[in-house]
Design a protein around this ligand. Structure first.
Ligand code: BGC
Length: 798
């Protein structure tokens, strides 16, 4: 399914190392000889080596490794221990070690989810270090295509490696619980299976270059407002089934190098101080072998850093508070033996890094090939929401009137740590001009209007946060009417940016369209429809916006999200039909924001009257996204999993191929379907398996996504059989009374379907004869705060 699987056999390199014939494998007593990265991928090898080397480190060296060196916050560049070949613009480092015996170079950590974030220029250096700005996470996930995501990851990893960085602080994979989370753009989906599988593909792709990934932000960090101290109140079942599940799948399927613990508290305690989350669950239950690092400046590092280490947070970033750790050690709050465990986790990954292996970065990644891949990935993943009477594609021979300022300042990605310093971004106006004849006077008007009316916003951190917005003007009716006379179709682009540090709001100009945008849609639709011409809307948005107010006024809607640096080309490729859109929604678009089950509790409650929320109660429990809308029969604007194509597909003979569920926890059920392209152009189709489980002890969502796969490109008339294996562990639900993952007995219904709208589709069935206990989990983990009962805050239940 993905490019790389972790090897579990020792390679030649290890054999040679054990035989004392090391050449090209690092050996710390006489290292720095190495010129290539070791091929060894066996975790046991690195763990053993980590123990050996940690035993040779002084307690000071250990403390320095656990505490990042700090960050330049206007107080000077941090002194990084044993830094070789620094890369300007990285977000952090892991200190190295340098003494007579050991030479472990510092490790370089850089953001982020939409591509490598480093500075594109360096003082005293005429070279450039541009990275590719890839489509945002929400768009990549809409591909439902793990092969494509792994390919993007592989290319991203090449840039990481060839620019001399060791690990990337990505992918971000928090659940899109509420459409107003300001960082949803970095994340994949409202569904944990989709999030987990897409993340695993990204991890495998990036790490196939022998550089590391960091899945983040672990966990239940689903809003930005007051993110550094907000307390998330949440049931153990919702944690297990929704918020942890994606991380569990990613660890299980791809063993990333690192996990980043999140800013928030859970049930009263900072995540990075929770031993149940960082050690009992992540390491002991899931067998995670990598490093756990804090988010930047998370928690209370000054005097209580020791609590984080003891809980299993191995590395504090960006650090710079070593004196506090030293004081804690002197006071006996943490022992050397305890810190050694953290050091060993770090070393086991550091040994695999390019820096440790003296990899000579070329600074020449294949940006040309990556540009092409970014364009393809963006175009293929876009979601065609509406296409009445085949309004799209628009033949390139047509003349287009393009409305909206977002064609001028097309948004490539979000702001904050997820932004990328790429060489150039293609605006939609430019992309259109290359494939169409466009109404130049209209485009020129918008160009001038944007230049004169854009408003700069400070964003999160000036250097990575500043952004511009510009409300659309209302044009005179005569201008629009003449555009309708002189052109063949209208295109309207609506733009929304978002970024780290802020949530969005359910207001005009944000989740809701502005009066001017609504006016632009109305008057354009009136004028163009009056002369029998089509109107198409492109949503160049960081996350979903309301469509209910205006969708019926236009002929077609393309959700392009923020497509990365190839935005203009990729959107035009879909409009013209050069690429058949094959994306499907990875999040539900509700009819109204008020329908979102967490609408009343987002972004939390202000308990101390300082105007900031202190606590956010997850009142929707396990009923997030489509789990809520389908279980409680709430109509939605566009369902999860939905997306149109320029062709049509038939799903023939869905069936249960086999079941080994009677074998218990290791069993699985296998389903299949044959997908046929019944239309007239080639296309790809993402098929989804939804399963409805019997309710014995546990209430459950009506159905849940349990598998998916995508066809290759099917020519008209072409078919492909897709096979889906659903293991018991994926089928299971969490029983909080017994701390167990269980598969309940009874008849299961399964649909293999093009979206979560299962109306009119017949399920196939299979039986489970007796309860399967898939696994026992840590008793008492994730308990609610003392005195709080689930009935106190859960408002959505059956
Ligand atoms: C973000 C992380 C990011 C880190 C380093 C934090 O503010 O939450 O996602 O990786 O900064 O830039």
């Amino acid at each position: 399914m993905v490019i790389k699987r972790k090897m579990n056999t020792l390679t030649i390199c290890l054999t040679l190392a054990l035989a004392g014939m090391v050449s090209g494998c690092n050996d710390d007593d006489d290292d720095v000889e190495n010129t290539s990265i070791s091929e060894v991928k066996d975790a046991d090898y690195y763990q053993k080596k980590a123990k050996e080397i940690a035993a040779k480190m002084s307690v000071d060296e250990k403390m320095n490794m656990l505490m990042g060196p700090g960050m330049d916050m206007g107080n000077g560049v941090p002194q990084v221990i044993n830094l070789k070949n620094d890369v300007s613009g990285v977000s952090g480092y892991i200190n190295g070690v340098k003494n007579d015996k050991l030479d472990i170079p510092a490790t370089k950590l850089a953001d982020g989810p939409a591509g490598l974030r480093i500075n594109s220029t360096r003082d005293g250096d005429s070279g450039t270090y541009y990275a590719t700005a890839w489509p945002i996470g929400s768009l990549l996930a809409s591909s439902w295509d793990t092969r494509l995501v792994a390919e993007v990851g592989k290319a991203m990893g090449e840039e990481i490696k060839e620019y001399g960085v060791d690990m990337i602080l990505a992918p971000g994979m928090n659940i899109q619980r509420n459409p107003l989370n300001g960082r949803n753009f970095e994340y994949y989906s409202e569904d944990p299976l989709l999030s987990g599988r897409i993340a695993a593909a990204m991890v495998d792709g990036v790490e196939s270059n022998q550089v590391g990934t960091t899945i983040k932000h672990y966990v239940a960090n689903n809003s930005e407002t007051n993110r550094n101290s907000i307390d998330t109140i949440i049931s153990a079942r919702a944690m297990r089934e929704i918020y942890l599940r994606g991380f569990q799948i990613a660890v299980d399927e791809s063993q990333p190098w690192a996990v980043m613990s999140s800013y928030n508290k859970i049930n009263g305690t900072y995540v990075n101080e929770r031993r149940d989350l960082l050690t009992d669950i992540l390491r002991n239950e899931w067998d995670f072998k990598g490093v756990v690092m804090s988010d930047w400046f998370a928690g209370t590092p000054e005097s209580t850093a020791w609590k984080q280490y003891k809980a299993g947070n191995d590395l504090i970033e960006p650090g710079g508070q070593i004196e506090f750790l030293k004081a804690s050690y002197s006071k006996g709050e943490i022992t050397e033996a305890e810190m050694t465990v953290n050091v060993e986790h770090i070393l086991a990954q550091v040994f695999q890094s390019p820096s440790y292996n003296n990899y000579a970065a070329s600074n020449k990644p294949d940006l040309v090939q990556h540009r092409a891949l970014a364009r393809q990935a963006a175009a293929e993943s876009m979601v065609l929401l509406k296409n009445d009477n085949q309004a799209l594609p628009l033949a390139p021979s047509l003349k287009l009137a393009s409305f909206g300022v977002s064609q001028i300042e097309t948004i490539k990605g979000g702001t904050g740590s997820g932004q990328v310093n790429n060489e150039s971004t293609t605006m939609l106006a430019e992309g259109l001009q290359q494939q169409y004849s466009v109404d130049e006077s209209l485009t020129a008007f918008y160009r001038d209007y944007y230049a004169n009316n854009k408003v700069e916003h400070p964003g999160f951190v000036a250097a990575i946060g500043t952004y511009f917005t510009c409300d659309d003007p209302l044009l005179d009716a005569s201008v629009i009417e003449s555009a309708a006379q002189n052109n063949d179709a209208a295109l309207i682009t609506i733009g929304r940016i978002a970024g780290e540090g802020f949530d969005r709001t359910n207001t005009r100009g944000d989740y809701l369209l502005t009066e001017n945008e609504l006016g632009m849609i109305q008057s354009t639709a009136d004028a163009f429809h009056a002369v029998g011409k089509k109107v198409v809307v492109v949503l160049n948005v960081s996350a979903i916006v309301d469509t209910t107010e205006w969708a019926d006024k236009v002929d077609a809607i393309l959700l392009s999200y923020l497509p990365g640096q190839e935005a203009g080309h990729a959107i035009t490729d879909v409009l013209s039909g050069a690429v058949n859109p094959a994306g499907k929604l990875a999040q539900t678009i509700p009819q109204y924001y008020a329908d979102v089950p967490s609408a009343d509790t987002f972004p939390g409650k202000d308990l101390n009257g300082d105007g900031q929320p202190d606590e956010i109660a997850y009142n929707d429990d396990i009923y997030v996204g489509y789990r809520y809308y389908s279980t409680f029969s709430k109509p939605v604007a566009w369902p999860f999993g939905y997306g149109l194509s320029y062709t049509t597909f038939n799903y023939d003979s869905p069936r249960v191929e086999s079941s080994t569920l009677d074998q218990g926890a290791k069993g699985a059920v296998t389903l299949s379907v044959s997908v046929t392209n019944t239309g007239s152009v080639a296309g790809k189709e993402a098929a989804q398996v939804y399963i409805s489980a019997p309710e014995v002890k546990l209430k459950k969502p009506t159905f849940e996504l349990k598998s998916f796969d995508k066809t290759g490109e099917l020519q008209p008339g072409g078919s492909q059989k897709l096979t889906f294996t659903v293991p018991a562990k994926i089928l299971a639900s969490f029983d909080p009374q017994k701390n167990q993952w269980i598969v309940e007995p009874g008849t299961y219904k399964a649909w293999v379907a093009p979206s979560s709208d299962l109306n009119g589709r017949e399920p196939v069935t299979f039986n489970v004869s007796q309860e399967i206990v898939v696994s026992n989990t840590t008793p008492g983990a994730l308990a609610l705060p003392a005195g709080v009962n689930s009935t106190d805050f859960i408002t959505v239940s059956q």
